[in-house]
Unconditional design. Structure first.
Length: 220
């Protein structure tokens, strides 16, 4: 039994020098070490050394992430875990980490990281799941809450919406004459029609997946 059994340690610069020495010492004392370094190869070497000595160590590469990766046990983890769940449910399910993605590349890196670490992947878009299905034990939760932009190309008529765009209010910059609180059918005579969820905080991805009821569900 080590003096740091059950503890977690975050160490930067684990590719060599003091960072490597600190990581190996902490792992030897029983801590679960999570290290990072700009040089992934040398950081991986440190991980191999720690594991060969019977310690527990993993490495991440935050330099490739524009968003924030919050590991379980770090400050801000609980807010990242449940802060965007729309109701008061706080299930006892704890992801290994939460990636607050800031770009498409972050999502790609998140999936790659999960594969390296053997984590399942869960995704949160609008945070409107009643049962908070995005929470899975020992998984990587990729939170898409920062991906909220909407684009419109007048030349092609193509509209793009990111997965965390919520409700009808986000669309009013394009169609300001939407009926009621949510935009259902507007922009005449252009013929545009946008079906929005009855719930203001339901994300685009959740609606596209089918569970959200739209205002015109009985019409179309």
């Amino acid at each position: 039994m080590g003096r740091l059994d059950g503890k977690r340690a975050l160490v930067s610069g684990t590719g060599g020098g003091i960072g490597r020495a600190a990581a190996l010492l902490l792992a030897r004392e029983g801590a679960h070490v999570v290290g990072c370094d700009l040089n992934e190869l040398t950081s991986a070497e440190t991980v191999a050394l720690a594991r060969a000595a019977g310690g527990r160590m993993d490495a991440v590469a935050p330099a490739r992430l524009a968003g924030r990766l919050v590991m379980r046990g770090e400050p801000g983890y609980e807010q990242a875990r449940v802060g965007r769940i729309f109701n008061a449910r706080r299930p006892d399910r704890f992801p290994a980490a939460v990636l607050q993605a800031a770009s498409d590349d972050d999502v790609i890196e998140g999936v790659r990281l999960a594969g390296e670490r053997g984590w399942p992947v869960s995704v949160r878009s609008g945070g409107h799941s009643w049962a908070a299905w995005s929470l899975r034990d020992d998984a990587l939760l990729i939170d898409l809450g920062n991906l909220r932009d909407i684009g419109y190309d007048p030349a092609t008529g193509a509209v793009t919406a990111r997965p965390a765009v919520q409700g009808g209010s986000s669309w009013r910059r394009f169609w300001p004459n939407g009926a009621g609180r949510f935009l259902a059918v507007t922009a005449r005579p252009s013929g545009w029609a946008v079906s929005c969820s009855r719930a203001a905080r339901a994300g685009t991805a959740g609606r596209a997946a089918g569970p959200a009821r739209a205002w015109r569900v009985l019409t179309w």
